[in-house]
Write a protein of this length. Sequence first.
Length: 169
Amino acid sequence: MFQRIALVLVIVCAVGSISAIESGDTAPVWSGSDYSGNQVEFPSSTNGKPTVMVYWATWCAYCKAFMPYLSQIQKDYGADEINVLLINHKERGVGDPAAYVEALDFEVIAIRDGDSIGETYSVDFIPGLMIIDSEGVVAWKRASTDLPAGKTVGELWDQQVREQLDQML
């Protein structure tokens, strides 16, 4: 009987220690490959700049709705001030992520096959959207929304990302 109680306590403690990455947490270190096959190390690849981190997939209507806003954010703030880091996550083999990234009209660091990175960050829904500050701390993480994919949600996330970046820069 004592062994069963001890086992239950061990399991409860182990499960209780697993938690999602939240604002204020240090962003976990990881490495991944970009679409040219180069190794990307995080956070060293960010060069101490705030980083807009987006977990995306080609099939994701919300991702497609946000990309034009993300493009304008990168253009407005500039690659010398911020990074845009795209991590392909939960792709499901539906689209061609390499072609999607190639067609983007703004500078990004793009990671392929980022499922393990998404799991490390506890990204359960797409797009996962967060900002990592220049010290490597998660400064902001988007909340879930009931808004449909499209202009309204794109504008909401655009405003939220810009507010966070304005506070950092």
